[in-house]
Structures are given as C-alpha cells and as structure tokens.
Ligand binder design. Structure first.
Ligand code: GLY
Length: 356
C-alpha cells in the first residue's frame, strides 16, 4: 500500500493506492472528516464494491452511463441527502468510476454550499485520472462537463483489487491514460526523469501510484486549470476528434473506438507531429510507439477517417481557443503549443499508418 499526497495547502489530501486499499476508508473518514455522523454512499448497482466508511450509511444509486451525469441526477442526489438528514459536517463517499466521482463530487460541492467527499475509485481510468484533481461536474445537452466546480476530495482510495473484474474495454480506457503519464514524468522529477518504458516494468499498484503522483504534481502546480494542467490532455486533441467521428459515424469504420484507444493513437500522432516540427527526434517517436504497443493499444489511424475532417474537428476543440493548439513533447518536456500550422497537422495525419 502506498500513499500519494496531493499538496494543496489546506486542501491537501492523500490518495491511498494498493490491494485492499478500500479497507482504509473508515480510517480516512475518521481522520479527514472527524465530525461525520452519516455517510451518503453514491454508487451504481453494477459496481458491486462494498465499503465501510465507519459511520452509518445512506446508499444513493445513480444510473449507469454518461447520460446519468446531469443536473437532474444532482437534484435527485441532493434531495436524497436532505431526506436522510445529511448535514454540513457529514460526508459523501463516491464509489465508482468517473461518472460517479464527477457526479458525487459536484453534488458534494453544492449541497449545503459544500460538504466533504471521499472518492473510492473502482475503474483504472478513475484511479489514474478522474478521482484525483477536484474537477467535478455534469453534462448539459449542449456539451460535456459544462456545469461544474473545483472541489477537492478529502481523500481518495484506489484499491487495485477491485480492478480484477473490470471488463476489457475499461482496462483499455485506463491503459490509454496510463500510457499518457509515461511521458509526463518530468512533472514530478526535477533531475532524473523516469524513462517512459520504466512504467511498464512496475507492478500494477506501483503503476497506478506513479500515475497518481504525476497527476498530483500537475494539479498542485495548477489547481484551477490556468495553464499547466493542459499537459494532462496529452494525446487528447486527436482523441477527441476521433471520438467525435466515431459518434457521428456510429457503427462506421471508426465507430467503437474506446477512449483509451483514441488517446493511444493521439499520443503517437502527437509524437509524429512534434517530430515534424523539429521538437523531438525519431527515437522519441519510437518510444511513444513502444509504450502504446506495450499497453496493448493501437498506434494506427482507423482506416475510414478523413484527415481533413479530423483537422477541422481539432480546430473546434474547446481547449484550442480557435487555432490549432496541441500538447506536444519537446526539449522542455510535454507542453502546450498554440498556433500549429494546419499543413503540418494534415501532413502528419496523412503520413500515419492506417488500420485496414
Ligand atoms: N476530477 C478530475 C480532475 O480534476 O482532473
């Protein structure tokens, strides 16, 4: 078992990682929310992970899927909290993946103008990403995560035992994010930056802890997403475009691409683009390929996608501020680069290998 601290002054908190970490929940609640007399456990019926927060529990189930991340669900949750008598000194415990931690975190941020919450992350994606960092929120019909709050958890639990039963698609999504962290080691290490391939040699709980440590360092440097946090979007600009194509072209050639797979292709693309722009050498591009392959993820563009269409979608990416903005590797490590020329982007996409 290991503990990674997210150092945010009075909002600092611990992320406990390892096999059986969920059994630390009662200790963490007692230490971080000492006045709690009741815990609202927010989860989904399919999660099936039992937890003991050490105080009486009111269980609040939410529906599966991204569709549940709505203001209606937040209202339902807050009404359940009120009916159960959850007070300002009590605690919300989110047990689930990113949908649950985003929803429960946002309900906690707003109920009584803010109550404490603890995340028990049950998917690999949530353990290495969604459960840590304090961004909470829900979707509107107009777009994803349009309503939310920065509200840091009091503690996070990443129990690797509960990952054993994850479906393969969930593993693939989490592994895509892990591959991303392999290239963000400079965020934590000052002198000796770990080699990307080192991550692969670690046991699963150590891999999760390493990824959490990177995320913690990035969040500590930029709690409210003023700039530095953008590096967490490494590989995501193309990934969002691929996912948008998959969505519009449901059942089509790019349909069915998992988030992690899209991120994996996005990482290889970002390395190729950085190479074309003279920011990294061919060896570094190869390293990206090796990490992505070692995580069992694809390196090639889906056969049917149109490069020009992808460029247009990337131009519209909400983080791009109307020009082509990418997170790219370079001599200073991975960083945000604005105003990348569309010709270089198009040429890089056209030169990428295709899945037939
Ligand atoms: N909750 C995810 C983040 O803050 O990045």
């Amino acid at each position: 078992m290991s503990t990674v601290t997210v150092p945010l002054g009075e909002r600092s908190y611990d992320v406990v990682v390892g096999a059986g970490a969920r059994h630390e929940l009662a200790r963490l609640v007692a230490a971080t929310v000492p006045g709690a007399r009741l815990a609202a456990v927010v989860t989904q019926s399919a999660i099936g992970v039992e937890v003991d927060p050490g105080v009486p529990v009111v269980r609040c189930e939410v529906a599966d899927g991204e569709g549940a991340k709505s203001l209606t669900t937040v209202e339902d949750l807050c009404r359940r909290f009120a009916e159960a008598g959850l007070s300002r000194g009590d605690v919300v415990v989110a047990v689930g993946g990113g949908v649950v931690t985003d929803l429960a975190g946002f309900a906690a941020a707003t109920y009584h103008r803010g109550v404490a919450y603890v995340n028990v992350a049950t998917s690999l994606l949530a353990q290495v990403d969604a459960a840590v960092g304090g961004k909470t929120g829900v979707n509107l019909p107009e777009g994803k995560n349009l309503v939310g709050a920065f509200w840091q958890p009091a503690a996070v639990v990443c129990d690797t035992d509960v990952l054993v039963t994850l479906p393969e698609r969930e593993w693939r999504s989490g592994r895509g994010e892990m591959a991303k962290y392999a290239f963000l080691g400079h965020a934590v290490a000052e002198g000796e930056v770990p080699e990307p391939l080192e991550l692969l040699g670690l046991a699963l709980d150590e891999q999760v802890a390493r990824c959490v440590a990177v995320k913690a360092a990035v969040v500590a440097a930029d709690e409210r997403e003023g700039g530095r946090r953008a590096v967490l979007n490494y590989g995501h600009t193309l990934a969002h475009a691929l996912e948008a194509v998959g969505f519009e072209d449901r059942g089509g050639r790019s349909g069915g691409l998992r988030h992690g797979e899209a991120v994996a292709v996005g990482l290889v693309f970002a390395a190729e683009l950085a190479h074309r722009l003279g920011r990294v050498d061919a060896r570094r591009v190869e390293e990206h390929r090796q990490v992505v392959v070692a995580f069992g993820l694809p390196t090639t563009l889906p056969g049917g996608v149109e490069p020009a269409n992808l460029v247009e979608l990337m131009r519209r990416d909400k983080k791009a501020h109307h020009d082509l903005t990418f997170v790219l590797d370079g001599p200073r490590g991975v960083e945000l680069v604005h105003g990348v020329g569309p010709d270089a982007v198009l040429a890089t996409l056209e030169a990428m290998e295709r899945t037939s």
